[in-house]
Write a new protein. Structure first.
Length: 271
């Protein structure tokens, strides 16, 4: 498909261009970050979890990463029965820890990464703990899909990130998370995108918003409606959601190859 050049330049980003800050965490284990200072401090850190499979041996990489986890995290790490789920969990935690370091402007020191502990709240959402930092801690969010895990840290009241591999599955379940007005808006304003790309984008944006502001809502995406969108440096999707008092929330997004990345940060209180 031939892409409109304006859309291609502003919506489609190579992973290495968007995540331009590279960091070597351990030998053979690299991360990349996107750092934004205005209008608020925010960092997204991406990890390719396929790197774990390329490390010399399972016992060696597990011993290495054990030093990056707090005692509480080590218990959670050891409890996973399936290696794939264990690696996804680990990649998300490490990516988020590095996002916190970068956001604070701290130098990455592997011997200090275990000082940060990311543990689940009662509703399953991640919560940041750090006994060695007295300053207010940022909010965090974690997502993983396919070969990628991404962590977000922001100095706002709430944040949410979602990475989603673009698959035809979204077309099959479109009726569960879309409204006709949203489909018309996407088709009319973004005709360069395929139906699968449009639906994956919408799902990812709603998931990021739910993590940030609707994490306690029992029904997925109920009342979350795309109202408008525009393309500048990133794609901005304006979403109405329950409890927003008629003020839509902005979710930013970009397409990284065959993945959608969506994220939002807000100083609104949770609904």
């Amino acid at each position: 498909m031939t892409r409109n050049s304006h859309v291609q330049n502003h919506l489609f980003s190579p992973v290495s261009t968007f995540f331009s800050h590279q960091e070597n965490l351990l030998p053979g284990l690299n991360t990349a970050s996107f750092i934004q200072n205005k209008p608020y401090g925010m960092c997204l850190t991406l990890m390719n979890t396929a790197q774990f499979e390329k490390l010399p041996s399972q016992s060696k990489w597990q011993d290495s990463v054990a030093n990056l986890l707090s005692p509480e995290e080590l218990k959670l790490f050891a409890a996973f029965s399936y290696p794939k789920r264990q690696i996804e969990w680990l990649g998300g935690r490490l990516a988020t820890k590095l996002a916190v370091f970068f956001l604070r402007g701290d130098k990455i020191r592997p011997d200090r990464i275990a000082d940060i502990s990311i543990l689940p709240r009662d509703n399953g959402s991640p919560e940041l703990h750090c006994s060695t930092v007295r300053d207010p801690l940022p909010c965090i969010s974690i997502s993983h899909s396919g070969k990628y895990a991404v962590g977000m840290a922001a100095y706002t009241k709430a944040c949410g990130v979602d990475i989603q591999k673009i698959t035809p599955q979204t077309v099959k379940v479109a009726s569960r998370f879309t409204e006709p007005v949203e489909l018309d808006l996407l088709a009319g304003r973004m005709p360069e995108l395929s139906k699968t790309e449009q639906l994956s984008l919408l799902w990812s944006a709603k998931e990021a918003l739910k993590k940030a502001l609707l994490e306690d809502q029992p029904v997925i995406f109920q009342g979350v409606i795309l109202q408008d969108l525009n393309i500048d440096r990133l794609l901005s999707l304006w979403m109405q959601f329950p409890g927003s008092d008629s003020r839509p929330a902005e979710v930013n997004a970009t397409i990284l190859g065959d993945y959608i990345l969506a994220f939002t940060a807000s100083n609104q209180n949770h609904a």
